[in-house]
Design a protein around this ligand. Structure first.
Ligand code: C2O
Ligand code: CU
Length: 527
């Protein structure tokens, strides 16, 4: 009997994940498989770089309507998306450190959501716990008995091969929900995105993601590029049908029953179109000046190694000034930036010496063909620029291992998820009702992450500092305060973390969103 590759993979947990599911041929350095578009794709660098609209609080309040919208992503085609305020990316929220803001979300979509502020130091009840759903009015009546009910359980009611996983503590709201963010944390680039139980990946893919920038007086006092010379860049890959609709291999395209994706995409969904701020391979017109770029990898599974080079082939370097959780102690130069899903890099790029007419291409060393292209800058004119990057940026303590700290180990590996193949942490699929750890507030712990494939590990509530990567110290991408760390196949990364202030339920999970939905997530409880 001849076993096909598919039969072998279908045979269950015995299939070696990193070997057989990581498509190395078309996607080196990736854990995931390419989903190809059927749509006609535009030529690179013909679409102008869009900037999301900015929203600031009025009397401490920002209101956002989650709604379906038909958006032009590929020129001449319409794409039906799930959006914040009708745009993709959602509006960029701009707030200040220590000024509590309430973000009032109204759900006018057809599906439940949960909104998480990624990197926010946020009380548990506003953190977007996956079963703390915001349900659109009428949803329960429309889907009564469907099993897609309010806790969004593991596909209960469909097929019978899943048991319903209920969460007795779920806080469900209908119509509107207020998320309260104290933002008592240093200035940095955060982002908000959907976190619905079992269906985060397709709902983020469909458009539920936006920037949230926190500013503070310390950062304002520094000489840094600002105003038009500060540009947020949300990088995300997608795939499109001929008519412009998003493609995605969900087991249930209605996103109501069986969660997860077709088996062959279990390692992650990689699109073949690279979007920056929602535009395919855009071009940004800029002056010959220094620019601050807030880089965010908002892709479901794709990793990038970003490099810049001019049209005459001269490399242009990045000066990193900040990481996920705030400014670095001092600027650090890089030839390239490698980013996994969820990570942010705050960089300054110096275009001053380039004559008008020069173009600078941002390429992806982990892509092939068109996924090796990201975006392009075009220098339009000379300009004055009196920014002098400071030598010291912020007080960041040296990451040291505290003596006698509790060490917790978190193993990110494939696991059986209610009888199907999936992903787990410490051998267990996510159970919202059972936390895997209890962590005392105010104590410093050492957390160690172990992997089989690439797993970008994200921890809610508090940032961490990387102490070790494998047998070495922190890598070049591990500097400063991180909340997401790119752990490569069969690697161990050790971090130091201290949780403060907010007691309750928080998450640790893989930020490959397909892995997350297929249960690579665990709750921990701060006490
Ligand atoms: Cu960016 Cu728990 O997520
Ligand atoms: Cu993962």
């Amino acid at each position: 009997m001849k076993l096909s590759r598919r039969t072998l993979l279908g045979a269950g947990l015995a299939a070696p994940v990193a070997g057989s599911l990581v498509s190395c041929g078309d996607a080196p350095g990736q854990t995931g498989r390419i989903l190809r578009s059927a749509a006609r794709l535009p030529k690179a660098y013909t679409t102008p770089l869009p900037l999301p609209p900015v929203k600031r609080p009025a009397s401490g309040l920002i209101s956002i309507e989650q709604r379906s919208a038909s958006v032009e992503i590929l020129p001449g085609l319409r794409t039906e998306m799930m959006t914040y305020d009708g745009v993709f990316p959602g509006p960029t929220l701009e707030t200040r450190r220590g000024e509590t803001v309430t973000v009032r979300h109204t759900n006018s979509l057809t599906l439940p959501t949960a909104t998480h502020l990624h990197g926010g130091h946020t009380p548990a009840e506003s953190d977007g716990w996956p079963t703390d759903l915001l349900v659109p009015p009428g949803f329960e009546a429309r889907h009564a008995g469907h099993g897609a009910g309010h806790t969004g359980g593991h596909g209960g009611g469909h097929g019978g091969d899943h048991e319903t996983m209920d969460d007795p503590k779920a806080q469900v709201r209908t119509g509107k929900r207020d998320y309260r963010y104290p933002l008592d944390q240093p200035a940095t680039t955060l982002w908000y995105h959907d976190h619905r139980m079992d269906f985060t990946a397709p709902q983020v893919w469909r458009g539920l993601a936006g920037f949230h920038i926190v500013r503070d007086d310390e950062e304002d006092a520094l000489s840094l590029p600002r105003g038009e010379r500060e540009i947020p860049l949300m990088i995300a890959d997608r795939a499109f049908d001929e008519d412009g609709a998003l493609r995605y291999p969900a087991l249930d395209p209605e996103l109501l029953g069986q969660p997860g994706v077709e088996d062959r995409y279990m390692a992650g969904v990689l699109g073949d179109v690279i979007l920056v701020n929602g535009a395919p391979w855009p071009e940004a017109e800029i002056e010959a000046a220094q620019y601050r770029l807030r880089l965010l990898n908002a892709s479901n599974a794709r990793r990038y190694t970003l490099r810049l080079r001019t049209d005459s082939g001269t490399p242009v370097r990045f000066t990193q000034i900040g990481s996920d959780g705030g400014l670095l102690a001092a600027p650090v130069e890089h030839d390239e930036i490698t980013m996994a899903s969820g990570e942010r890099f705050d960089v300054v790029v110096d275009f001053r010496s380039l004559p008008p007419g020069t173009t600078v291409e941002m390429r992806n060393g982990l892509g092939t063909g068109r996924t090796a292209q990201v975006m392009r800058f075009r220098i339009t004119r000379r300009a004055t620029d009196d920014v002098r990057l400071p030598e010291r940026l912020a007080d960041v303590p040296e990451p040291e291992k505290p003596d006698g700290a509790v060490v917790r180990r978190w193993h990110f590996r494939k696991a059986s998820v209610h009888g199907r193949r999936g992903w787990g942490i410490n051998g267990k699929p996510f159970d919202p009702a059972v936390p895997q750890a209890q962590v005392p507030l105010g104590s410093t712990e050492i957390w160690e992450f172990f992997t089989d494939a690439h797993h970008p590990v994200h921890v809610h509530l508090s940032p961490f500092q990387v102490l070790r990567r494998g047998n070495h110290g922190p890598g070049p991408m591990d500097l400063g305060w991180k909340d997401t760390v790119d752990v490569r196949p069969y690697e161990a990364v050790r971090v130091r973390v201290r949780f403060e202030k907010y007691a309750g339920r928080f998450l640790i999970h893989c930020h490959n969103l397909e892995h997350e939905d297929m249960a690579m997530m665990a709750g921990f409880e701060t006490v």
